[in-house]
Design a protein. Structure first.
Length: 119
């Protein structure tokens, strides 16, 4: 079993910064990709940023958000700068990889962490 635990959400001021973290644990042989997605009230979940050897960002966060990974710790970070009211959402971590014989390939989601504009 593989689990993802997120942290770092909370209230962010417009123009301010927040940093999200997500750590994967369990029976992990390797992780191919990790990423962040978000879902605002009344909207579908959307990609924010992914890292699979290269990085990919939604147009709405390019130049403001930065994704990074600590592969040894199975952890992915999302540094969010210049926050905007439209960044308010629940942010979900995703990890895809291989958990070995008996478990196979995995595609897991974290429980989500709320980021709210405090203005």
């Amino acid at each position: 079993q593989v689990q993802l635990v997120e942290s770092g959400g909370g209230l962010g001021q417009v123009g301010g910064s927040l940093r999200l973290s997500c750590t994967a644990s369990g029976s992990i042989v390797f992780i191919n990709a990790m990423g962040w997605y978000r879902q605002a009230p009344g909207k579908q979940r959307e990609l924010v940023a992914t890292s699979d050897g290269s990085t990919n960002y939604a147009d709405s966060v390019k130049g403001r958000f930065s994704i990074s990974r600590d592969n040894a710790a199975n952890t992915v970070y999302l540094q969010m700068n210049s926050l905007k009211p439209e960044d308010t959402a629940v942010y979900y971590c995703n990890a895809q990889g291989y958990a070995g014989r008996g478990y196979g390939w995995f595609d897991k989601w974290g429980q989500g962490t709320q980021v709210t504009d405090s203005s």
